[in-house]
Design a protein around this ligand. Structure first.
Ligand code: PHB
Length: 390
């Protein structure tokens, strides 16, 4: 058995875990970062694409970050319904924007920066559980990439290990120790080889359901349409996929191209019953998940980590426990705002199976209230570009 000691043990090398190790290192606090996946898998899995302005300000400070050179600023989105598009002008309404910069690019930047900084970052390590959450010396039990047992002892353990978090399960018990809401639909997502079909992202509610026209690069696009959660992604032909997408964004003709990836994304809203127990904390998707409509997932993980890094710096360098004691409550304020925003965007734009005529028309009334009023557009722009951090 290998035994390692560090100040902060971080489980999960996604955006939350990597950014936390960076902010801790900047404060002179050592950490060890473990992930069950390989570096290649972490850096190539296609995930979300939109960064809030505050997220970009933090990531842009990391040495070597390409968020400003490769990422593209978007100053608005198009909200489409009832056959018409309405631009939400973020820059004009709130003086802020978002960046289209895919999560796997964020991860490539962060992994390179952490390794260049000498971070102890171990891939292929399977975490089995956490011991001693209520003691001053919690520990992580794992199996390393060579199959040997590993014990990581620390002053604080952070679970940044995603929605199927082992840390949450091991410390809080049941897999679903928290509050959640299911949705009766999922997203069919594709990556295709085509030029962008519009300058900005299009969020469209049509009579048949929701579609989102997003982007990845000048030659690769990401698009989604609302589907049944049990749909087999292989069951639709390329022609059926394009026909569905074209019908869901009336008024826009999408540039079609080879479909190079397809997947069905199920989603739910979830908030863990507690973010902290003793010296163990959970952040990011381990602590909460949101439906993807508001593009809040990765941004919320970054917001958790900014607060947690401040709290750990106070606790571990000045023995001031107050920020750590206040962490969960402070983080939860933003988490519930983001939960509401994501639920609101989702329910307003999707057509629930069997939705009554009344509810369908009410949703159009809601969209019209947002699009035709400056107060409504500002509300959307504030939430989408992100509330102030910290
Ligand atoms: C994406 O590009 O993957 C994306 C963009 C905006 C969203 C969700 C996903 O709201």
């Amino acid at each position: 058995m290998t035994v390692l000691r560090t100040r902060v043990a971080i489980v999960g090398a996604g955006p939350a875990g990597l950014l936390l190790s960076h902010l801790l290192a900047r404060a002179g606090i050592a950490s060890v970062l473990l992930d069950s996946r390989s570096r290649q898998e972490i850096e190539t899995t296609i995930r979300a694409g939109i960064l809030e302005q505050g997220t970009v300000e933090i990531l842009g400070e990391i040495p070597g970050s390409r968020v400003h050179s490769v990422g593209r600023r978007h100053d608005g989105i198009e909200l489409a319904f009832d056959g018409e598009g309405h631009r939400i002008d973020f820059a004009g309404l709130v003086g802020r924007g978002v960046w289209l910069y895919p999560q796997h690019e964020v991860l490539r930047d962060l992994v390179a920066a952490r390794l260049a900084d000498g971070q102890d970052l171990r891939f292929g390590v399977t975490v089995e559980g956490v011991e001693g959450a209520d003691t001053a010396a919690p520990g992580v039990l794992a199996t390393d990439a060579e199959g040997r047992p590993l014990r990581l002892e620390a002053e604080v353990v952070v679970g940044a290990d995603g929605s199927h978090s082992i840390v949450r399960r091991s410390v809080w018990g049941g897999h679903a120790a928290g509050m959640f809401r299911e949705y009766p639909y999922a997203w069919f997502g594709i990556l295709c080889e085509a030029p962008p079909s519009a300058e900005e992202l299009i969020y469209s509610r049509s009579a048949d359901g929701f579609a989102l026209i997003s982007q990845r690069s000048p030659t690769i696009q990401r698009m989604y349409f609302q589907c049944d959660p049990d749909l087999d992604p292989a069951s639709m032909s390329d022609a059926q996929i394009w026909d569905t997408l074209q019908r869901r964004v009336p008024g826009t003709t999408l540039h079609e191209g080879a479909i190079i990836q397809r997947d069905v994304l199920r989603f739910r809203s979830f908030v863990a019953s507690d973010l902290r127990r003793g010296r163990v904390v959970i952040v990011g998707d381990a602590a909460h998940t949101v439906p993807p409509t508001g593009a809040k997932g990765m941004n919320l993980a970054v917001a958790d980590v900014v607060l947690l890094a401040e709290a750990l710096e106070a606790s571990l360098t000045r023995a001031d426990e107050r920020p750590f004691d206040a962490f969960a409550e402070r983080a939860l304020r933003r988490i519930w705002k983001a939960q509401h925003f994501s639920w609101w965007m989702t329910s307003m734009l999707h057509v629930a199976p069997g939705q009554s005529e009344f509810d369908a028309r009410r949703a159009l009334g809601e969209l019209r209230t947002v699009a035709e009023s400056e107060a409504g557009r500002t509300y959307l722009a504030e939430g989408y570009t992100g509330w102030p951090l910290g």
